[in-house]
Design a binder for this molecule. Sequence first.
Ligand SMILES: Cc1cc2nc3c(=O)[nH]c(=O)nc-3n(C[C@H](O)[C@H](O)[C@H](O)COP(=O)(O)OP(=O)(O)OC[C@H]3O[C@@H](n4cnc5c(N)ncnc54)[C@H](O)[C@@H]3O)c2cc1C
Length: 487
Amino acid sequence: MTTVLVWYRNDLRVADHPALHQALADGGAVVPVYIHAPDEQAPWSAGAASNWWLHQSLAALSDSLARLGSRLIIRRGDSAAELSSLIKESGATAVYWNRCYEPAPAARDRRIAQQLSDAGIHCRQHPAALLFEPGTVLNKTGEPYKVFTPFWRACQQRWSPPTPLSSPSALPAVADGLSCLSLTELDLLPRKAWYAGLHDIWQPGEAGAHQRLQSFCLSALALYPQWRDYPDRPGTSRLSPHLHFGEITPQQILWTLQDWAYRGETGGLTQATESLIRQLGWREFAHHILHHFPHTSDRPLNPRFGELLWRQDAQSLLHAWQLGRTGFPIIDAGMRQLWQTGWMHNRVRMIVASFLVKNCRIDWRQGARWFWETLVDADLANNSFNWQWAAGCGADAAPYFRIFNPMLQSKKFDPEGHYLRRWVPELVALPKRWIHQPWTAPRPVLDQAGIHLGADYPAPLLDIDQSRRDTLAVFRAHLGPHSAAEN
Ligand SMILES: Cc1cc2nc3c(=O)[nH]c(=O)nc-3n(C[C@H](O)[C@H](O)[C@H](O)COP(=O)(O)OP(=O)(O)OC[C@H]3O[C@@H](n4cnc5c(N)ncnc54)[C@H](O)[C@@H]3O)c2cc1C
């Protein structure tokens, strides 16, 4: 009887899992294995919040596999070496896995596939994380798209998402005798229990992902286009960490959304579904960009955006931004939401990123690193792409002279100040007229709200208009002819 190892990575589910499905279809023994190898993702080994999620998600996967009669074998160390020893221990003749696309793991996978093939082990790599395989969506001259709209149009022209594979009803038992680490031995949970709040908000794992999708469809899908930009509303799906860890696939989301749209009686659901699918399109675009330009996790896509643009003397500003103590309520609210929940609303991510790179003139990579440590959905393709978008140096990026005004953004997208009061409780008693810029409130108003600026809550750490002018001057000086686009 043949034995197949199913090598789990960022695909922590049992349904719509082509590698597991294929192994089962082969009819022999199936050994699901997870190998913890953070060094193989360097320099982008998972941050603290991601490790918290990974711990929970592996626990959920182990339970699901056990319920189906199987067992997750957990190992740690060099993936090639661990696979080889598992092949010897189990007598496996094949290894199947679902592809991942980040540069370092993708290079590792190519190496391992070669080594295994040389040793006579059958390897199968399945596409499973994206709707379109990177490298298959190219423009007429065979080049990758660098602008989203034509990219997405090309995707839609070849639209044929496969029906998601259903969950197996049972799996063959894994033979005794294969050594397996306990989850705690992976040491994924941070020593300091700062993550207590995450438990209240998230349910990592496949079941949690599907519950979130269903409750989003039930309560917010129809209003997605109207609500998605308002951070105080439950307007977006919050599926990002589930997607990153592969607890749910974009195909499954697509089919569920289409099912809801089909069942809906009004045209509103169709529009909402399209709007959400378009967001999944941005995820595709970001992954394709990283595939074609693997340096963009660390260097700008547009090489004109060199080191000289960024301040080297802004350590205290960076620190205040990280802690949510800049004195700008919308920035501080976003950064505190991130710290306390491991997630931040997309609109606020754009505002805090613009503030960091364009008002503080701090290198976008410092922001990307902080997000990497603190986001439960930290994803190399999405994070790098969006930070480069904010800095103006990436694909389809915001032009460098487009600088969000945090106060105007705050008034527009949180007009009542609900989001600000939720995350910056110092300002809870401030009327909405002043809450977006407390330093403009008359002294009696501040006194009545019990706020002493500079003591209870910081005075703004910079002058927004002046910092905007300074940045534009530096960018113009370094980017030269690009500044013509301002006019
Ligand atoms: C500076 C910055 C950094 C970011 N870093 C990450 C990151 O590390 N990981 C991450 O998943 N997203 C990142 N994003 C994109 C976006 O903010 C999140 O995907 C979104 O907020 C997740 O919430 P949601 O699942 O409720 O989104 P929804 O609005 O419900 O969208 C559904 C899905 O579409 C995808 N999506 C939505 N917007 C984007 C986008 N702009 N780019 C790529 N995919 C998108 C996500 O997979 C998301 O789960 C970043 C955005 C910015 C501005």
